[in-house]
Design a protein around this ligand. Sequence first.
Ligand SMILES: Cc1cc2nc3c(=O)[nH]c(=O)nc-3n(C[C@H](O)[C@H](O)[C@H](O)COP(=O)(O)OP(=O)(O)OC[C@H]3O[C@@H](n4cnc5c(N)ncnc54)[C@H](O)[C@@H]3O)c2cc1C
Length: 320
Amino acid sequence: MFDIIIVGAGTAGMSAAIYARRSGKSVLMLEKTSYGGQIISTPEVVNYPGIKNISGFDFATGLYEQALALDADLSYTHVIGIQKGCPEDPEGFTVLTSTEELSCRAVILATGAKNRPLGLQGEQDLIGSGISYCATCDGGFYRKKVVAVNGGGNTALEDAMYLSNLCNHVYLIHRRDTFRGEAALSEALAAKENVTFILNSEITALIPTYGSDIPGTNIRRTTLSSIFIRNRVTGEETALNVDGLFIAIGQMPDNTAFSSLVNIDEKGYIIAGENCLTNVPGIFAAGDCRTKEVRQLTTAAADGAVSATAACAYIDRNGR
Ligand SMILES: Cc1cc2nc3c(=O)[nH]c(=O)nc-3n(C[C@H](O)[C@H](O)[C@H](O)COP(=O)(O)OP(=O)(O)OC[C@H]3O[C@@H](n4cnc5c(N)ncnc54)[C@H](O)[C@@H]3O)c2cc1C
């Protein structure tokens, strides 16, 4: 029986493992793909305090090595549910994976979220080379360039505002004729000279440019050069040259496996505040998977620390 099982070995999960191990608790992380979570797909992280510049993979590997050096266990398996009570302790938990049932005293859910993709051909290959889902993370790479933002909610409006302060021009593309986000934000954007709204429109194609080979490989550098936009009213299709496209059409958390036990909001996020407490004593939620305003590495790492500290205190308080 483990003291703490952590579901997800992203930034939040691995940070939680580090804190829980340093408090002397036994820890098992369960990860369905590879360690690192979302950040491993980004070539450069430049906004993590104390680290000037690092690749997402190196950032994740640093956390992974730190957690394993502290003797946290990691097993690659898909968690499909949690039940209250386990053979060793009616107050503990049984974590169900696709292959086995594991017992623990407390659970930290750190399952993250995924950005909703447009689903266009070439989109995945262009991530980090013209396509981004995070203006705060990647906006700095497009300083004095021309970018487009796709979406109509507050995230898209905030991204457009953020980018308008860095970029020469920002096109805000939305499929409807009005924005879902706050009117004050859209009005402020409308007043900016370097922002153009393209409404009733959807992106239909991403056009890459092929550069030189990456030395020592057969791989050619590929960057986004333009996008095709279709007006949904007139059907007219036009090309727009852009250096970057920021896709802000929502995120997709996947917490349905836990919804019979923990409360989840209408968007699928686990309801938990800054203290990472869920409605079930002994189950904690950390990182992008929980209800919160800012989803970044810093907040995921902070949640890892908070949730692990709370889980350790929960175990100690209950004398187990
Ligand atoms: C392309 C990109 C670039 C980014 N750049 C930056 C940046 O520069 N700076 C910054 O601060 N933030 C950046 N972010 C945001 C940052 O990556 C996230 O805020 C952070 O990764 C959240 O960490 P997390 O641990 O909560 O979730 P995640 O990183 O999503 O990790 C969750 C993990 O849980 C696993 N998992 C999920 N469900 C299960 C299950 N049922 N069973 C087992 N395992 C499961 C997943 O496979 C995943 O590994 C970026 C995000 C993206 C997508």
